[in-house]
Design a protein around this ligand. Structure first.
Ligand code: FES
Length: 138
């Protein structure tokens, strides 16, 4: 059996939603101290729904595949649903990862949670420039 599933290879070779979002509503950046890999997630949120998501991952193939799959799993979903997203769900959607690569999928879970946390923190600060557009009509 191949070390990596076809889905992992597909998302590694053709990652979905790569890039950044200008004026993102939430940004989460996490890293793994052991391997040094870094993952950054950008969320565009409208009415508590993730309307767009992009990622930048400076890391291994499994981290890239995990980020790509995670973005596909959360796009169009409500925040309360994506807060439940676990690395296990990402791994399952990829048809598995080798045990020693599971930590790569944890980065995806953590980056998304961090981006949602950032979104909620920004909402508490109405003066934040990026958030001003949400209330321009006032
Ligand atoms: Fe670091 Fe995969 S080896 S995230």
């Amino acid at each position: 059996m191949a070390l990596y599933s076809e889905k992992v290879m597909d998302h590694f070779r053709h990652p979905r939603n790569v890039g950044s979002i200008e004026n993102a509503d939430g940004i989460g950046e996490v890293g793994n101290a052991k391997c040094g890999d870094i993952m950054k997630m950008y969320l565009k949120i409208d009415d508590d729904i993730v309307t767009d998501v992009k990622f930048e991952t400076f890391g291994c193939g499994s981290a890239i595949a995990s980020s790509s799959m995670a973005t596909e799993l959360i796009k169009g979903k409500p925040l309360n649903e994506i807060l439940q997203l676990t690395n296990k769900a990402v791994t399952e959607a990829l048809d598995g990862l080798p045990a020693y690569k599971l930590h790569c999928s944890v980065l995806a879970e953590e980056a998304i949670q961090a981006a949602v946390k950032d979104y909620y923190e920004r909402k508490k600060k109405p003066a934040a420039d990026a958030q001003a557009s949400a209330e321009t009509s006032k």
